[in-house]
Design a protein around this ligand. Structure first.
Ligand code: EPZ
Length: 423
């Protein structure tokens, strides 16, 4: 029942430090099961999803030392581990499916409930399973019809796999499974996100032989064994993008530390089209929304290096106050406009038609009680709350806790008028 109370806050100013990436650390934590030796992961963000992944690893038999005060997690799983992932954890976080490949390699079997759909879409995993089958696994179709993945394999072998869609999750599961398979795997039309590159770098440090991560063709030469490793997770590009929009929408001036500008090329290009000034300095990236009037632009989400779907709702928040109409096209998820109804409670006047949203722009918005319908939509309504007249009350903020570390503290440090009200 916790909620955020957001009041209209003038231009945000100051410095914000970006945390480690949620979408990089989750597959990396899952990959710790690929060795019996100790793995040390650093710059781990203090997030609900990280807690769930650590609970899942513990339930599977790993020893997990979680020190999120120092953003550090150590995992070790010597000897036998369990092959079944508990449903009560899987249902809390879709990314639990990322342990599939590792469980199969460690135990010869993996039993995990289908994660099911969520607010933004059906989220099927047929590409993950197709990839594992190509590597030699068998999937119990009867169990699958009941919503349970029951995969078996005495041994996995290399294969050439073409992904019908460059799915991030399928690419990560196949890379993990192929890293200890007999022979060579070639993964074509692979996802190219920076989180894939971070996972491959992490596995290569463990002794894997992965080439081409970050391109659409990844070659994985299976090895006998992977060893212990210590790894720093990359910064969270979506958190960085969200704070860039913060500077733009409040006409503020924010220095963003610990972000990788090359991970956000599409977002930076679109912000510049809106008139936002972005300068990379030795201290970080300076974002100024106070130099030029904010103007509209059109956005189409695509797999990386296209415009990230996770930035769609925060960016749409910006377009609600930009001068002139904009069109946003969502091509990655089939149901990722749930935030539009919440924006319209605040007077945004947005219309949607299938994959398109038409934003009239130039609106003076009014605070209202709104819901965080998913993680990114939650951050987006907070951004609008910072410029809307009056008070905005955001509920279902557990969504936001899943993916933004110390969100309220970071915003407050920049001058935002936001409070968290816990029941
Ligand atoms: C990852 O999800 C991210 N999550 C998502 O971030 C992100 O939105 C998404 O990639 C796209 O960038 C994590 O990394 C934990 P996909 P994932 O498989 O792996 C369809 C956030 O806000 N598809 O690339 O689940 C699927 O339904 C979250 O941090 C199939 O049809 O994404 C979707 O429409 C939200 N069949 C599209 O592909 C499959 O077998 C992209 O999914 C697999 C996917």
């Amino acid at each position: 029942m916790a909620k955020f109370i957001v009041e209209k806050s003038g231009p945000l100013h100051g410095t914000v430090e970006i945390s480690g990436s949620k979408n990089a650390v989750l597959p990396i934590l899952a990959a710790t099961l690929l060795t019996e030796e100790r793995c040390i992961i650093k710059d781990v963000p203090g997030l609900r999803d990280v807690d769930v992944m650590c609970d899942l690893l513990t339930a599977l038999g790993a020893t997990v030392e979680k020190d999120l005060y120092n953003n550090r997690v150590e995992v070790e799983s010597p000897g036998e581990i369990h092959y079944e992932a508990p449903f009560d954890l899987v249902k809390k976080m879709r990314a639990s499916i990322l342990v599939l490949g590792a469980l199969l390699l460690r135990t010869g079997r993996a039993v995990i409930h289908l994660p099911g759909g969520c607010a933004i879409g059906e989220r099927p995993i047929e590409l993950h399973l197709k990839g594992l089958k190509a590597l030699g696994a068998t999937i119990d179709e009867e169990q699958l019809a009941k919503g349970i993945v029951d995969a078996k394999a005495d041994e996995l072998h290399g294969a050439t796999i073409y992904l019908d869609f460059p799915s991030v999750g399928a690419t990560e599961v196949i890379i993990m499974a192929a890293s200890l398979a007999k022979g060579t795997t070639v993964l074509e039309n692979a996802a190219q996100e920076p989180e894939i590159v971070d996972l491959a770098n992490y596995l290569n440090k463990m002794g894997a032989k992965i080439k081409g991560a970050g391109t659409d063709t990844i070659k994985i030469e299976g090895v006998e064994k992977l060893k212990s490793v210590s790894h720093h997770v990359i910064p969270d590009r979506i958190e960085a993008g969200t704070f860039m929009v913060c500077a733009a929408i409040t006409k503020g001036d924010i220095l963003i530390k610990n972000m990788v500008p090359s991970h956000l090329k599409a977002v930076i290009a679109k912000l510049r089209e809106c008139g936002v000034d972005i300068e990379t300095t030795e201290d970080g990236v300076r974002v100024r929304g106070n130099l030029n009037p904010l103007v509209s632009t059109d956005v189409k989400t695509l797999p990386y290096p296209g415009f990230p779907t996770d930035m769609q709702s925060p960016f749409m928040a910006l377009l609600t106050v930009a001068k002139g109409p904009s069109v946003v096209i969502e091509t990655v998820f089939e149901n990722r406009f749930m935030h539009v109804a919440e924006f319209n409670r605040m007077g945004a006047g947005i219309r949607t038609e299938g994959k398109c949203a038409i934003i009239p722009g130039d609106k003076q918005l009014k605070g209202a009680p709104v819901i965080a319908t998913d993680l990114r939509a939650g951050a987006a309504v907070v951004l609008i709350g910072l410029v809307a007249e009056g008070q905005t009350e955001v509920s279902q903020i557990y969504h936001i806790d899943r993916g933004y570390e110390k969100f309220v503290d970071k915003l407050k440090a920049l001058g935002a008028n936001i409070t968290r009200v816990d029941d």
